[in-house]
Write a protein that binds this ligand. Structure first.
Ligand code: ATP
Length: 297
């Protein structure tokens, strides 16, 4: 597998804030990555550094094997769609369609037109007069039709309704199957995209606390529910990432696969075992004040 992005010991400070704190990871060709984390975790800073819009404080970064700064060879292979995408004041959708092929060598005109129809976008209305959701649709169309070898979506769907978001996910998967490329999706709607993601990176206060294949994560955590005393008894020796008492009952989320023996014991104790979604797992992992979960992982 070709490495599209290589980041080693990357740090970014804004004054006294460690926005990115000694982060290392690689992104391979032809994979969909989720870059996840709470507000202020450092996601946008990383995406801005990858796309040469922000200087690092220290560390090494290579995109397509090279330093991305003022590097046309690298930058023309990247499409970065952000939440607050700006267009010139007079621009209409038809202008976006006209100029995009100049920026993106793999631009697919036919696919772009198809997406414009699918999202019901008016070609002649000024972009600045579009609704919030329509503006997001413009970004999504550019991101998909660019077919850029590295396509980055940073919270691309503010204001988009559930139907339009689902259209985006379906089109993304469909097109990715035919034209594999490296995609980074940064979003807070984790459960919605969890089936799309092949690999998950989770940031917490600037530190990378999870870097794992999504498949390996599925089934990695379980929720144990039952009488408080029995739940506590069952938890002995397990890695507990969350506890929630309610009345005499308790619910605990644990990391690590359950063995057949564990399951039999839970059943004997009258405990219920429920799966934990990726979103719940990440909420628990990034929810505490301590900020250091590597031990648990
Ligand atoms: N230009 C800046 N000047 C000063 N501090 C900044 C700047 N940009 C980001 N920060 C700080 O760096 C930290 C990381 O911010 P960043 O925008 O990368 O987080 P994020 O994970 O993208 O958050 P969100 O999900 O809210 O977009 C935050 O503490 C933020 O306040």
């Amino acid at each position: 597998m070709n490495k599209i992005v290589e980041v080693v010991g990357l740090s970014k400070q804004f004054g006294k804030v460690n926005a990115i704190d000694n982060v290392s990871f690689t992104l391979e060709e032809g994979k969909i990555y989720g870059l996840l984390g709470r507000n202020g975790a450092g996601k946008t800073s990383i995406m801005h550094i990858l796309t040469a819009q922000l200087f690092k404080t220290s560390g090494e970064i290579k995109v397509f094997g090279e330093d991305p700064y003022e590097n046309e060879r690298v930058l023309k292979q990247i499409c970065f769609i952000k939440e607050s995408q700006r267009y010139p004041d007079m621009f209409r959708m038809e202008d976006v369609l006209k100029v995009s092929p100049m920026f993106f060598p793999n631009w697919d005109r036919k696919f772009a037109n198809e997406l414009v129809e699918l999202f019901n976008l008016p070609l002649k209305q000024r972009i600045r007069k579009l609704s919030r959701g329509m503006l997001s649709a413009v970004g999504i169309i550019v991101g998909l039709a660019s077919r850029a070898p590295l396509t980055i979506f940073d919270e691309p769907y503010l204001g988009l309704d559930a139907v339009a978001r689902s259209l985006f996910y379906n089109k993304l998967l469909e097109d990715y199957a035919e034209h594999p490329r490296t995609i980074i999706l940064s979003t807070h709607l984790i459960d919605e995209v969890s089936q799309l993601l092949e690999h998950v990176l989770v940031l917490d206060r600037g530190r990378l606390i999870l870097n794992e294949e999504a498949e390996a994560l599925r089934g990695r955590a379980s929720k144990i529910v039952g009488s408080a005393a029995k739940v506590e008894f069952f938890l002995a020796g397990k890695q507990v990432i969350h506890r929630e008492p309610f009345g005499g009952l308790s619910s605990a989320t644990i990391l690590g696969a359950l063995t057949a023996e564990d399951r039999a014991r839970a059943s004997e104790l009258g405990l219920e075992i429920a799966p934990v979604s990726l979103q719940q797992m990440i909420v628990h992992l990034t929810g505490s004040k301590s900020g250091n979960k590597e031990e648990a992982l």
